[in-house]
Design a protein around this ligand. Structure first.
Ligand code: KG4
Ligand code: ZN
Length: 365
């Protein structure tokens, strides 16, 4: 049985799963002490998407200097670090290995525990870093470049998948739609900015899968609708803005419909939204209106913690390390990793952690 660690601990968090190098220090007593980020957007822009090999190499260059920066921001020394958390999956295998290899070895050198964090658990728990954070039970909408999931969170680590995308993730749909209209990578912010100049009602796209029961999503068909509308009105100087506005509205409406349905079906009264698309202003506004109408509590991370960052990894790792869990000495990453397989932190541990997430009593020194 894992033994909880009740002493305050400074946890270093490393996020290198995709195209952002994020480093942060979370103090289990004082909260966030430092957080720094390097985004690779400029590096990948000319290719129109993330080039995995370039991503890994850039993480190699950036992570150590960023650790120094985060320590300086926190006024802390390397020797103050009491635990290391790194994203172990899901993500690009080469990129994950940079943070995992560095994090695991640093923890070994310092003689402190290390833990591999599930990237989506990081996103999902990010709203809990904010003051007056909601506590479980809540429903989480995770909307990122790789995922669109509705999850019932009964306790931290106890996750039930309610709905998932059958094809493109919401962020991926933004990215692909933006790309086919010639907008730069990453498409989400670019498309949202274009939509601000669009006219309501110039185009109308469908709200996929809202006309039938269930909580799954499908966004790939919207691309075809966009392409047809865009081609047909290519001469119109306002076509990009108008199409972007209709597309953003269709995605946001669809997400809101499914969130309301998930809350109604589970009887849960709180919704937490996380992941890059959670930074979208229209989505935030429509969900806030739904929360007032349906009387549920709504929580978002601040926008900088919606997209990838080290703080959410430090925080999620700190919760697990404090519960007495840690990983073995092997550097282990999981490019695909089921969120529901994580051990819960509400005292009723599943016996499935195996080689991973062992109790602290077996900590190698
Ligand atoms: O969570 P995240 O930073 O990385 C992943 O784990 O995927 O999410 C990135 C995704 C990208 O698809 C990006 O286009 C989208 O989030 N995104 C947005 C906005 N900001 C980022 N989508 C819509 N509106 C935004 N404001
Ligand atoms: Zn992410």
């Amino acid at each position: 049985m894992a033994r909880p660690n009740l002493h305050p601990m400074l946890v270093l968090g490393l996020e290198t799963s995709c195209d952002e190098t994020g480093v942060a220090l979370w103090d289990t007593g004082a909260g966030l002490r430092g957080h720094v980020l390097h985004t690779q957007i400029a590096l990948h822009r000319e290719y129109g998407g993330v080039v995995p090999e370039l991503a890994s190499r850039d993480h190699v260059r950036r992570t150590v200097p960023l650790i120094r920066d985060a320590l300086a921001a926190a006024g802390a020394l390397m020797s103050d670090i009491g635990g290391v958390a790194y994203t172990a999956g899901p993500g690009l295998v080469g990129a994950l290995l940079v943070g995992a290899g560095l994090g695991r070895s640093l923890a070994w050198a310092l003689g402190v525990p290390a833990i591999g964090v599930h990237h989506m658990e990081g996103h999902l728990l990010a709203p809990l870093m904010e003051p007056r954070a909601p506590q479980p039970p809540f429903v989480a909408l995770l909307v990122s470049g790789g995922h669109t999931m509705l999850i019932e969170v009964a306790a931290i680590g106890r996750y039930r998948l309610l709905g998932d995308t059958l094809d493109d993730a919401a962020g991926e749909a933004f990215d692909k739609t933006a790309k086919l209209m010639g907008l730069p990578y990453p498409g989400g912010p670019a498309l949202a900015a274009a939509a601000a100049d669009g006219r309501d009602g110039a185009f109308t796209f469908s709200r996929p899968m809202t006309d039938r029961p269930g909580l799954d999503f499908s966004f790939s068909g919207l691309k075809t609708q966009v392409l047809l509308a865009y081609r047909e009105h290519a001469e119109d100087p306002n076509v990009i803005a108008d199409v972007a506005r209709a597309f953003e509205r269709a995605v946001a409406d669809t997400l809101v419909t499914k969130c309301r349905r998930a809350l109604a079906e589970t009887g849960v009264r709180a919704l937490v939204v996380a992941g890059g698309v959670g930074a979208n202003r229209l989505l935030r506004q429509l969900l806030a209106e739904a929360a007032t109408r349906d009387r549920f509590t709504l929580a978002f991370p601040r926008p900088e913690f919606c997209t990838d960052n080290g703080a959410m990894i430090a925080f999620a790792g700190a919760l697990r390390l404090q519960a007495g869990l840690h990983d073995g000495l092997a550097v282990h990453v999981a490019p695909r990793w089921d969120l529901a397989s994580l051990p819960p932190l509400d005292g009723e541990q599943g016996a499935e952690s195996g080689e991973r997430q062992q109790p602290a009593s077996s900590l190698p020194r």
